[in-house]
Design a protein around this ligand. Sequence first.
Ligand SMILES: Cc1cc2nc3c(=O)[nH]c(=O)nc-3n(C[C@H](O)[C@H](O)[C@H](O)COP(=O)(O)OP(=O)(O)OC[C@H]3O[C@@H](n4cnc5c(N)ncnc54)[C@H](O)[C@@H]3O)c2cc1C
Ligand code: FES
Length: 278
Amino acid sequence: MDKVAIKDSKYIPKKAQIIKVTQMTPHEKFFHLVLEGGESLDHEPGQFIMVSVVGVGEVPVSVCSSPSRRGSFDLCVRAVGKVTRSLHKLEAGDVIGVRGPYGVGFPIRILEGNDLLIVAGGLGIAPLRSLINYVLDNRRDFGNVHILLGCKSPNDMLFVDELGEWQKRMDVHYECTVDNAAPDWAGNVGLITTLLPGVDIEPERTFAVVVGPPVMYKFVIKELLAKNIPERQILVSFERHMKCGMGKCGRCQIQGIYCCQDGPVFNYEKIKDLSEAF
Ligand SMILES: Cc1cc2nc3c(=O)[nH]c(=O)nc-3n(C[C@H](O)[C@H](O)[C@H](O)COP(=O)(O)OP(=O)(O)OC[C@H]3O[C@@H](n4cnc5c(N)ncnc54)[C@H](O)[C@@H]3O)c2cc1C
Ligand code: FES
């Protein structure tokens, strides 16, 4: 292989510099980054990148910024193990490796012109923030927008400032709920499914987009179907263990479907019969 081919290989990570790091909750940090040379990441909402820390390893992470905000990109990372804890030790000025973007994101062209019911559980708000900010930056291309957010407690809430902005907007219906809260919490308490019956939608023109912990999907989808949203208009995004991120190693397979390449965003109608998916 000649030098140009090696440099441009999709297997070689590009360098990205951390511009800003913010501690969002005790477990999650926000990273604002730029690619070396000011190159654009060129991602779609819902896609992920493989992030590497030199000498430690590589992990898939959703891009949580909208592609409509060019020149930089954002990640929200929960520290759970070796690589994510190493990422949490990095500071502004440090450099990480980035491969991608990979995978199938949210089908923007199909969503355009329709109403959206966005349902985010916990860290699921990370890929959905990319979609939400894209929709808000192109607000006239979409119909009614409902955003429902659920998290364990008020202290686990991510992107708090932005949630406040969404709540204030007249062209967005935003509601959140927490599983547990101290008596001074004035908002909703209960699982995210408790918000769904009260949302007023026209099912035939609504696309539901659901991202959250595995346990959430079964119960949320049951409520969406009870609201008569057609199966083909329900979109979900899955997290599976990944190694290559691009359909080569088989690590992310769910009964023959490659989560990294065929997903992570899937149409519920197409995957509902995969017993290992839910
Ligand atoms: C498409 C996709 C998008 C993701 N987006 C984000 C994101 O935006 N922010 C974020 O914080 N995390 C995200 N993750 C999860 C992230 O990749 C894992 O937390 C990370 O790989 C853990 O690596 P580690 O070395 O820190 O931990 P390890 O030491 O490898 O594992 C620690 C724990 O995390 C579990 N784990 C490891 N990998 C995964 C995985 N891929 N999915 C679920 N659990 C895993 C392990 O089973 C173990 O319990 C995403 C995963 C996928 C597949
Ligand atoms: S992570 Fe290798 S095939 Fe999906």
